[in-house]
Design a protein around this ligand. Structure first.
Ligand code: LRH
Ligand code: MN
Ligand code: MN
Length: 389
């Protein structure tokens, strides 16, 4: 008798899934060559939250929105109430030490104590925001490093990074956490101070239980086995969050699951294997930009892609897989894995959505809702928010 799970067997598990949206995905973005303005783009954090709430309304998947400070600076009591009124919550607070002249040669790692203190203070202000919004996680990504061999004392910078992170860590309140994101290059091209999961792990392990690693799927060299890293961090109890997106060449920030759905499937398989699916300890966030596609539709497509690959990964016959692995039956093990990956769950998911009072096709429902036309008409005047403010 087959031990392969049916769609009915897995619904409870993907029904509980929550994906956090980035406020900046709704702002205009582009490349260093051109940022295209689009009608209806939010002019402030309140309008970004409204667009995010629309994604949640149509998919039931995205009840939380991450903020970026200072891009989203505003009255946070009002923003918290605004979000609640629209049926969503404010989530992870992202710090930004990459758009200030003082940080040209580093922020938390800078040689100059005055600049380090300024960067530490920027993070303490983010924790103040978290206190107001009820957010749990402070997410730190650092644009620090050097471009030329000999330019910087890499070792001294690690030591200063530890000191600065410790000061931020000490300010975390009850129930608050810090997640440290790594990226192997950009904006520095020779060395980056937190280039990989090992460095992030080393730094957060030295701080304590409230410090964890954030894995951005776009921040690895081509060909990296990202699911291996997911497995290892879960094994170590140090995976705090994901920044999901997909890439062809660099940190492309394209829609998750668009460039390589199989990679997303493999990552989610390891999440499930490691007990991370629907774990309150792991935030599933998107970190994306929509340069040429409609931003709200881009976010809807992305959360659906995650849901789809989650459903497929849940369909793996793990009992048969373990048996084949133990027997050294390579072909059968691979067949079982691929069988789940090749299962088209889109029809079942559409039916399941309808059973929950959600539209069968959320993108079509968005197009038919008139929301895009409405915001294009309403949001005239003022300055459109960019990838940034
Ligand atoms: C850096 C990054 C980080 C930033 C975001 C805007 O490449 O992934 O998470 O906060 O982009
Ligand atoms: Mn990121
Ligand atoms: Mn990135």
């Amino acid at each position: 008798m087959s031990t392969r799970p049916t769609f009915a067997d897995i619904t409870d598990q993907f029904a509980a899934q929550e994906i956090e949206l980035p406020s900046w995905a709704f702002g205009n973005s582009g490349t260093r060559f051109k940022v295209f303005g689009t009608p209806g783009t939010p002019r402030d954090p309140f309008e970004k939250i409204a667009d995010a709430a629309k994604v949640h309304e149509l998919t039931g998947l995205a009840p939380q929105v991450a903020l970026h400070i200072p891009w989203d600076l505003c009255d946070f009591d009002e923003l918290t109430a605004h979000a609640a009124g629209l049926g969503v919550r404010l989530g992870t607070v992202n710090s930004n030490t990459f758009q200030d002249d003082d940080y040209k040669f580093g922020a938390l790692t800078h040689e100059d104590e005055r600049i380090r203190t300024k960067a530490i203070d920027a993070h303490l202000e983010c924790i103040d925001v978290m206190d107001r919004t009820g957010s749990r996680d402070l997410k730190i990504w650092l644009a620090e490093g050097s471009n030329y061999p000999g330019q910087a004392d890499m070792r001294g910078r690690q030591d200063r990074l530890h000191d600065s992170l410790s000061k931020i860590y000490d300010r975390l309140g009850e129930g608050q956490r810090m997640v440290l994101e790594y990226k192997f290059f950009e904006p520095s091209f020779y060395h980056t101070d937190v280039p990989d999961w090992g460095t992030s792990y080393t730094q957060v392990a030295a701080l304590g239980d409230k410090a964890l690693v954030c894995l951005d799927t776009g921040h690895h060299a081509p060909g990296t086995n990202i699911e291996f890293i997911v497995m290892q961090l879960l094994r170590l109890g140090k995976l705090g969050s994901f920044d999901f997106n997909s890439r062809f060449y660099a940190d492309d920030d394209l829609m998750v699951g668009a460039a390589d759905p199989f990679q997303l499937f493999r990552i989610i398989h390891e999440v499930i294997r490691g007990g991370g699916l629907n774990s309150p300890d792991i935030a599933f966030m998107l970190d994306q930009c929509h340069n040429v596609e409609n931003k709200i539709e881009g976010q809807i497509r992305s959360v659906l892609n995650v849901q789809e690959m989650t459903a497929r990964a849940l369909l793996i016959d793990t009992e048969a897989l373990t048996k084949a692995q133990r027997a050294g039956d390579v072909i059968t093990a691979n067949d079982i894995f691929m069988d789940a990956f090749y299962t088209d769950v889109r029809g079942d998911l559409a039916e399941w959505r309808v059973s929950r009072g959600l539209p069968a096709d959320p993108i079509r429902a968005f197009r038919e809702s008139g929301y895009q036309e409405q915001i294009a008409a309403d949001r005239v005047g003022g300055t459109q928010a960019g990838w940034g403010a």
